[in-house]
Design a protein around this ligand. Sequence first.
Ligand SMILES: C[S@@+](CC[C@H](N)C(=O)[O-])C[C@H]1O[C@@H](n2cnc3c(N)ncnc32)[C@H](O)[C@@H]1O
Length: 231
Amino acid sequence: MAASARAFVLRHTRLGPVPGLEEISLHLADEVLPLWRAVQVETGDPDAALPYWAFAWAGGLAIGRYVIEHPEAVAGRRVFDLATGSGLCAIAAMRAGATQATGVDIDAFAAAAIGLNARANGARVTVLRRDVLDEEPPAADVLLAGDCWYDARLAERVLPWLRRAQEHGIDVLVGDPGRRYLPVDELVELATYEVRTTTELEDMDHRVGRVYRLSGDAHRRQRPAAPPGLR
Ligand SMILES: C[S@@+](CC[C@H](N)C(=O)[O-])C[C@H]1O[C@@H](n2cnc3c(N)ncnc32)[C@H](O)[C@@H]1O
């Protein structure tokens, strides 16, 4: 599957600079529906996932801009990019001086795309293709989560995992254009960017993408206070 997934990605995308983040080039598609249909045919699965990996999403674009403009957020640190899609955030982190970057995604085509995109940018990115959300937090210093809040079930699983990562001392950065399940009460805004996306994915070709740090406060507030004497 790995070799054929790579060939599939190459056949259906074009390598070019990311609009608004031209220091990074990715294998991207122009149209989502024909590619989705091609994925369904290739996998024989009418319920195959959308080809998220063939686009740079607004949340990932915001994180990419942020780490390039604020390299101190990742420089000299180990970065883990959850739901990496094309690998955009992991690649941006390596460009900004991360010592290592791992991109994780459940999609086999994403795994192939990350490898191709990392190579196109001269970045070394370790690819994990599995669902890590029931696992312990990774050995990392910074966790990036770009555009993960578009689906209720995914959001329900991502938030506790990110909280756990933060409790393990990992900095958690979230990038998002204000999707429905974004846990705004638990986030501290760090930066706002107007990002160029595509009407193939969004209803506008520009969106406001924000970068946040997971605060941990809302979660701590919900915990019962320790009885006197045990504080
Ligand atoms: C909207 S895309 C965002 C991609 C990238 N972070 C960006 O901003 O361009 C969401 C990605 O989450 C991935 N995904 C969904 N469920 C996941 C899970 N349980 N673990 C890891 N990745 C997952 C999808 O395959 C998809 O690539």
